[in-house]
Design a protein around this ligand. Structure first.
Ligand SMILES: O=c1ccn([C@@H]2O[C@H](COP(=O)(O)OP(=O)(O)O[C@H]3O[C@H](CO)[C@@H](O)[C@H](O)[C@H]3O)[C@@H](O)[C@H]2O)c(=O)[nH]1
Length: 466
């Protein structure tokens, strides 16, 4: 029995096919692998290629049903979609993957299964196999608490609303469309039947008060194991997170090396948000007016056939490109954020981007677009004081939702100035951001909060299964 307890856990990880979900869950899988556990990541061939950098876990692939859903070969990740139809087809494909994945797991059962909350079917599978199941959805615990509170109290349809029973007074000015809210709430209900949530954050950023609040109001367990982006140690490895970068790390670093400390605004809206030209033009005009240099990641546009160069770039004010670096496609975000010349991050508040900025000690200019991002913004600005808001109050553009609203240049410019122009407020925000970065680093080091949580979780799973 003693020897059995020493046996590594056999763990299956099933990440959702979107960069914002895959990157952190695969990083977290590596945390387990680095502690001697036997890890298998279950995914599709194209997504498996993005995992080449590590040898300490196994990958089990299943053919992506491209033909069945009418997609070209190689489009297997939500982050490679640039229109709603493609996104819907990828979602459809993930439902078709259930059957082959399920039968593989049944034939080769693990000790525990860790799956994205967008795969609620794993609940029944784990019950059938009598194995523990952990859930990952890539959200902060703060956001999960907020969503739970909104669900329990049946609020959120009319605005503004105060999140009920919360340790802080947090007023929300944005609500999801009713059908999306119901969908997320149904997934959360299934997630709460699991053996616990895995959170890509460190406990100090969500705060003890939210951990206690969560456990008290739900009776469910949450394990802070992040920041996931700290799993790897060298820049070159970090450059390969997610999709392939269209610029080299060297090019980004040498451009940033030529700039002053804290002088550059980094702009990126994650992997599934794409703005129309008129919104890009407002951003460009605001940055131009602020006078700051920038690195701006713009999703690669497919462009219509016969579109002239001028038509393709009609969102750029004249001469604008000269004062910064525009990256069309995928950028080495973690490397950029980690460079001392970067003084602020204009972000959509996707949770990965948020926690990566915190880890780098970079203040945020917050512009939520959809999903959990509006809650993340409140944690950053109102609760932890490490960013300022642009003032976006509505769901706008992303892979599964579109509306025609545009945020005007004046609001963007004002927020950029508040963080970049070095006044008292900016200095305090920067100081707090640096303190959280230090805490993040300590959390994943030996004896830190996330490190200890992982030790406790592995022990807990062993007592349940071995
Ligand atoms: O050019 C790029 C663009 C993105 N990234 C990385 O891609 C990830 C993007 O994740 P995130 O910032 O969370 O944004 P989304 O891709 O929008 O993530 C989705 O998933 C997140 C986790 O569930 C949610 O918080 C978001 O709202 C949801 O949109 C991050 O690790 C980035 O570092 C790059 O490396 N290079």
């Amino acid at each position: 029995m003693e020897a059995e307890a020493e046996r590594p856990l056999k763990l299956y990880f099933i990440p959702y096919l979107a960069a914002g979900h895959m990157i952190p869950l695969c990083d977290i899988a590596q945390f387990f692998a680095s502690r001697g556990q036997h890890v298998t990541i279950i995914t599709t061939p194209f997504n498996a290629q993005t995992l080449h950098q590590s040898k300490n876990f196994h990958v089990q692939t299943f053919q992506f049903p491209s033909q069945e859903v009418g997609l070209p070969e190689g489009v297997e990740n939500l982050s490679t979609a640039t229109d709603l139809q493609t996104s819907n087809r990828i979602y459809m494909a993930t439902t078709l993957l259930r059957q082959p994945m399920e039968s593989f797991v049944e034939q080769h059962p693990p000790d525990c299964i860790v799956a994205d909350f967008l795969y609620p079917w794993v609940h029944d599978l784990a019950l059938k196999l009598r194995i523990p199941r952990l859930v990952f959805n890539g959200f902060s615990l703060f956001t999960i608490c907020a969503m739970e509170a909104v669900k329990t109290h049946g609020i959120g349809a009319s605005l503004p609303f105060l999140i009920p029973d919360f340790p802080h007074h947090v007023t929300m000015n944005a609500a999801p469309p009713e059908d999306v809210r119901r969908f997320i709430e149904s997934l959360l209900t299934v997630a709460l039947k699991s053996d616990g949530f895995i959170i890509n954050n460190f406990a100090e950023l969500d705060g003890e008060e939210y951990l206690r609040h969560y456990e008290r109001t739900t009776g469910h367990k949450a394990w802070h194991l992040g920041p996931a982006s700290l799993v790897r140690s060298t820049c070159l490895e970090k450059a390969e997170r997610g999709l392939k970068s269209v610029v080299s790390v060297e090019e980004c670093v040498s451009w940033l090396d030529s700039k002053r400390v804290n002088s550059v605004v980094y702009i990126c809206f994650g992997s599934i948000c794409y703005f129309p030209d008129k919104q890009l033009y407002e951003i460009a005009s605001a940055i131009e007016a602020s006078g700051h240099e920038f690195i701006w990641v713009v999703p690669e546009k497919k462009g219509k056939e016969n579109e002239s160069e001028e038509e393709k770039e009609n969102w750029l004010p004249k001469g604008f490109e000269e004062r910064g670096m525009i990256i069309k496609g995928w950028a080495p975000q973690v490397v950029i954020l980690g460079h001392p010349s970067v003084g602020a991050f204009l972000t959509h508040c996707g949770w990965n981007s948020t926690v990566e900025a915190v880890t780098a000690g970079v203040p945020m200019i917050t512009w939520p677009v959809h999903s959990d991002q509006f809650y993340n913004e409140k944690l950053i600005t109102r609760v932890r004081g490490i960013g300022v808001e642009v003032g976006a109050e509505e769901w706008t553009f992303c892979g599964f939702y579109e509306c025609g609203k545009v945020v005007g240049r004046d609001r963007i410019e004002e927020a950029v100035r508040r963080v970049m122009d070095g006044g008292d407020e900016a200095q305090q925000i920067r100081r707090r951001a640096k303190e959280f970065a230090e805490t993040a680093r300590q959390a994943v080091g030996e004896g830190g909060s996330s490190y200890n949580n992982l030790t406790a979780l592995i022990h807990h799973l062993k007592t349940l299964t071995l």
